[in-house]
Design a protein around this ligand. Structure first.
Ligand SMILES: [Zn+2]
Length: 87
């Protein structure tokens, strides 16, 4: 991948947009609404890694770009389901 290329990735579920810049910097125009209410959006409550995107946005990322650390997907999906069910 060219270092100077900027890629925009839109979450198919909530419309949040991630911007992948050169040297794999990541900016986000909006946070994934699916994560609203989960501990993953709250940096104060977790030590790491501070996820700002839902698994759907991670799926939309190009090959080779890993947004969800391995093993996190199940955990994040479970947390989203838990929050949605308790709303
Ligand atoms: Zn999303």
């Amino acid at each position: 991948m060219e270092a100077s290329v900027t890629t925009k990735i839109k979450c198919p579920t909530c419309g949040a947009v991630l911007i992948l810049g050169g040297s794999n910097t990541i900016d986000q125009e909006a946070l994934c609404v699916r994560l609203k209410g989960t501990k993953y959006l709250d940096y104060a409550r977790i030590s790491s890694p501070g996820l700002q995107w839902c698994p759907d946005l991670s799926d939309a990322a190009p090959m080779g770009v890993s947004l969800l650390p391995p093993g996190y997907r199940t955990e994040v999906e479970a947390e989203i389901a838990r929050v949605e069910n308790s709303a």
